[in-house]
Ligand binder design. Structure first.
Ligand SMILES: [Zn+2]
Length: 329
């Protein structure tokens, strides 16, 4: 198995593991340090970077918020789209690279709590109308759906339809921006790579592997078993169950787990201990195999390095992996 690249503190492992690439923000100093260590630097672009709170997403209750690390706005906002393209150009010109990685090209996830049920900003509303859907009906049906999700699959057809419309709009907006950024990258003859959510959650945040596979040179699937931020599988699954429990009543745990299993395609029997202990290893293996079969040659797994991962990866039979090396791992 080859460790293709590293996110985070690369010096922690390059002494004992052979690594080819290091990933990070558009930063000439960091690039120089990496190249001095004999490695290739590939810049990463945080696509939804917001200029201020006014660029936030709007949830189904009408609240505006920045998501992820409280730094991300709506990717339908023309200023954010323009800024992502400018950052891409900047990365190419400054860093003289042959590829870039797009990060967080998506909508809010369960990590963002109620922000997950978005987006109803004026730009997204316009896109919803263009798709022949009434944004107000969609918004109120989504709220009703959230209250009744424990009844799945015995839901009225308008609620199921609203859910499909919401997923479709998210995926459509992400796809269109990915196409635009790819076009921009092609002007400079560079390859677009993308960091995506694990399959169970990706489709809910707008990342459908079916179109991603066709548009990028590499899809780096974040398969983080134990960490506390967005995209960390243990945190995302826990947040999803907690969001559904809060909306439907705490006593409905069994039904909520069934609904969460339906939404993620995973068989979720537990969740409470995920935050502390991390997800069960068989869930991580299942997610890895799903991503691998959906993305074929475009697939690269990214794991959150700790002792458990380092030991278990030996049994995974993967050609190449990327490691996220946290400062305290
Ligand atoms: Zn929006």
């Amino acid at each position: 198995m080859i460790v293709k690249g590293v996110y985070g503190d690369f010096k922690k492992i390059t002494g004992r593991i052979r690594v080819e690439e290091v990933y990070g923000p558009v930063d000439l100093d960091r690039k120089r340090i990496v190249e001095e260590a004999g490695l290739k630097y590939v810049p990463l672009i945080w696509v939804p970077r917001a200029g201020g709170a006014e660029e936030g997403i709007v949830d189904a209750w009408g609240s505006k918020m920045l998501f992820a690390f409280n730094n991300s706005g709506c990717i339908s906002n023309p200023r954010i789209r323009e800024s992502a393209k400018n950052t891409l150009e900047d990365a190419v010109v400054k860093c003289d690279v042959d590829s870039i990685i797009l990060d967080a090209l998506r909508f809010p996830s369960p990590f963002d709590g109620r922000g997950m049920l978005s987006c109803f900003c004026k730009y997204c509303r316009r896109r919803i109308v263009e798709s022949g859907i009434n944004p107000e009906n969609l918004r109120s049906n989504l709220l009703r759906l959230l209250e009744k999700i424990h009844l799945y699959p015995h839901l009225s057809s308008d609620l199921i339809e609203a859910f499909i419309q919401w997923v479709n709009i998210r995926q459509l907006i992400v796809k269109e921006l990915l196409e635009e950024l790819k076009e921009k990258a092609e002007e400079y003859d560079i390859t677009v790579r993308i960091a995506v959510f694990p399959p169970s959650i990706a489709w809910l945040v707008g990342q459908n592997y079916a179109y991603i596979k066709d548009l990028v040179g590499e899809a780096q699937v974040m398969l983080y078993h134990k960490c506390g931020g967005p995209a960390c599988l243990n945190t995302e699954l826990t947040s999803l169950v907690e969001l559904l429990l809060k909306s439907t009543g705490e006593a409905r745990e069994k039904e909520v787990l069934r609904a969460a299993s339906m939404l993620t395609g995973l068989c979720l029997k537990s969740w409470k201990e995920f935050k502390e202990r991390g997800v069960d290893w068989d869930i991580l293996v299942e997610e890895t195999r799903r991503a691998e079969s959906l993305l074929d040659s475009k697939f690269t797994a990214v794991y959150w390095l700790d002792k458990l991962v380092e030991e278990r990866l030996k049994t995974m039979r993967l050609n190449k992996v990327i490691l996220f090396v946290a400062k305290n791992c």
